[in-house]
Design a protein around this ligand. Sequence first.
Ligand SMILES: [Fe+2]
Ligand SMILES: [Fe+2]
Length: 233
Amino acid sequence: MAAVAAVPVVRLSLGRRRASAGAGHSGARVTFVSPTGPRPLPAGGSAPRPCSTQAAPQGINKPVIDRIIRVDHAGEYGANRIYAGQMAVLGRSSVGPVIQQMWNQEKVHLKKFNELMVAYRVRPTVLLPFWNVAGFVLGAGSALLGKKGAMACTVAVEESISDHYNNQIRTLMEEDPEKYKELLQVIKQFRDDEREHHDIGIEHDAEATPAYSVLKTAIQLGCKAAIFLSERI
Ligand SMILES: [Fe+2]
Ligand SMILES: [Fe+2]
């Protein structure tokens, strides 16, 4: 029972899994970040961690919520890999602390979606192993263009993600704002964080990157494709 609990998210199988929803705080902001990465549930335990998420509300529109949580989890997973790639190249540079700060917030985002996947019994996208590599390559590749290149990547990705979160907020508001109150709270908070990351990229001269608009357009096309696929498979 609950044998999947200790498996890192990248190894989550597509088979049946148990959700362990119970008491826990429901705030959108999580303060603890494990340096070893998030885990959906404690090893071998059936009891939820003190910070695990709440039970999913009854009578939800399951296909819609599945799609939202699956793609958001994939997005936060990819964002973590992008910042990991950037840190591998620029970690010791002057922008290292700035990138690390944004990465720390992405870790919190991913941890929350790991919890939501368990609570709402949503499977991850089958594309996680691909996003693992693609995210890191994008992050490291943009960082090899220099600090401005890394920031241009951040601006492009964060703008795509915050727009995507805005679309989801509209969807949930149309569905049932009361029923999806906590999910809305989480997504709004994360949307604000992503906007902040976008602004940090602009402040760090992202727009001064050579061929900025071409680079941004190419990355955003990739983001759109990633969103489309991760919602569906
Ligand atoms: Fe994020
Ligand atoms: Fe972000």
